[in-house]
Ligand binder design. Structure first.
Ligand code: ADP
Ligand code: MG
Length: 260
């Protein structure tokens, strides 16, 4: 049975622009999915619809066995970890506190206001930091860490939510190649070892092939490919990225093939 399911999902922004057109998808629990597609294809819109940060305007999305509604989306979202391109850490706070922020959805407004957390939350945060191999940085200020380390803190914060699902929107777009691989390998490990479903928006086809079980490609708000990364042939890639697409996002040898 699908863990996430989208039925005829559309998203029309207030200005009338239709960014998602009739999307139908089923994602199983524990899958590692890469979403590919040119800039403006709707990748971020899709992730924001799945966690109801910016809800879909039509169709139905369910997570677990719950259909997202305005009433339950806060509660459902509490167990969906989000990882962002720019990490979204609070720079002046230490790493531990940034990870504890992942617990806030479970706490009342008073704890949130004063960053008061029970001991059990510290234990959860500590385990999350151990998972991303940054326990030794727990008391460093977040902005003293490298980009790769900050993104791992972002992942630890997501883990502190004890999520069943992690959504990552271009998590490596601001990182060097070595940190990019570390971050993707970490997400892959979390998926494999903890059975957490991971959906990650990516620009690089090469990384999608290396880490994902399945690739879903969007172009102009529609799904244009859904399958195993091995099946991403040069002609499929050309169709995904189109002729006027930002082809620098393709790996050089794929580019050569796509134009062969
Ligand atoms: P991607 O993440 O694949 O680059 P996005 O989901 O950010 O694409 O955007 C998809 C399309 O929707 C783009 O054409 C973008 O300009 C448009 N869009 C995104 N956010 C808004 C918004 N708030 N209002 C109007 N149009 C938007
Ligand atoms: Mg985007």
């Amino acid at each position: 049975m699908a863990y996430i399911s989208l039925r005829n999902v559309t998203k029309t922004y207030p200005n009338g622009y239709c960014a998602l057109k009739n999307i139908n998808l089923d994602i199983a629990a524990g899958e590692f999915i890469a979403i590919l597609g040119p800039s403006g294809a709707g990748k971020s819109t899709l992730l924001r619809a799945i966690n109801a940060l910016d809800p879909a305007s039509g169709g139905e999305i369910s997570i677990g066995s719950e259909v997202l509604t305005p009433r339950n989306r806060r509660r459902v979202r509490a167990h969906v970890g989000m990882v962002f391109q720019q990490f979204n850490l609070v720079d002046r706070l230490n790493v531990m506190t940034n990870v504890l922020i992942g617990r806030l959805a479970e706490r009342g407004w008073l704890s949130s206001l004063f960053y008061l957390f029970p001991k059990s939350d510290f234990q959860i945060a500590e385990a999350a930091l151990r998972e991303v191999d940054l326990l030794d940085k727990a008391w460093s200020r977040a902005d003293k860490l490298s980009g790769g380390q900050q993104q791992r803190v972002g992942i630890a914060r997501a883990l502190a939510q004890q999520p069943k699902l992690i959504l990552a929107d271009e998590p490596i777009a601001s990182l060097d190649p070595k940190s990019s691989e570390d971050v993707l390998a970490l997400l892959r490990k979390i998926c494999t070892e903890k059975g957490i479903t991971v959906v990650v928006n990516l620009h690089q086809v090469e990384y999608a092939k290396q880490y994902a079980d399945r690739v879903i490609a969007l172009n102009a708000g529609s799904v244009v490919f859904d399958g195993s990364p091995e099946h991403l042939s040069p002609s499929k890639l050309a169709a995904i990225y189109g002729t006027t697409a930002p082809l620098e996002t393709l790996h050089a040898d794929e580019l050569a093939l796509a134009h062969a």
